[in-house]
Design a protein around this ligand. Sequence first.
Ligand code: AMP
Length: 146
Amino acid sequence: MISIKNKEFLFTPITDYIISAEKVAHVQVGNNAEHALLVLTKTGYSSIPVLDAQDKLKGLLSMRTVTDSILGLAHIEYERLPDLKVDEIMRTELHTIKSTDTLQKGLDLLIDHPFVCVIKEDGTFSGILTRRVMLKKFKKYIYNIE
Ligand code: AMP
C-alpha cells in the first residue's frame, strides 16, 4: 500500500504547475455566443474562461451553457447566437486559486472541477491549474516514493 508520509509535498505552491494566461484559450465579455461557440469547437475544450478588457476573470463559458441559451421548445435556435453576448450567458459562480496557494488546495478543487482559474489579488487572470497537470505531478511523486 502506498502511504504519502511526506505531507510537505502537499504544501508546495502551485506556481510551477500553472498554464499561463497567454497559453489559455478564452473569450471576452463583449463577444457574442457565435464567436464563443467557434472558439469552444475549434479548441476542443469543454469550458474556457471569460475575461474583460482589463484581463480580469469574469466567468466561465462551456459548450453546454451556449447550447442551453439557444434551446427552444422544439429545436435549437442557432439564429439567436449572434445576438447573445457572452456575459449574458456565462457562469459567474467561480472557484479560484492564487499562485501562492498549495497543491493541497488545488487538489481539493480539482476533485470537482476539471480546471481551476488562477487569479491575482485584484482579480486579474493569470492562468489555469488543470486536473491533467495535477495528476501528472502526483504520478511522478508516487512513482518516486520508494
Ligand atoms: P485537462 O486536465 O488538460 O484535460 O484540461 C481540463 C480542462 O481545462 C479542459 O477541458 C479545458 O476546459 C481546460 N483547459 C485546459 N487547457 C486549456 C487551455 N490551454 N485553454 C483553455 N482551457 C484549457
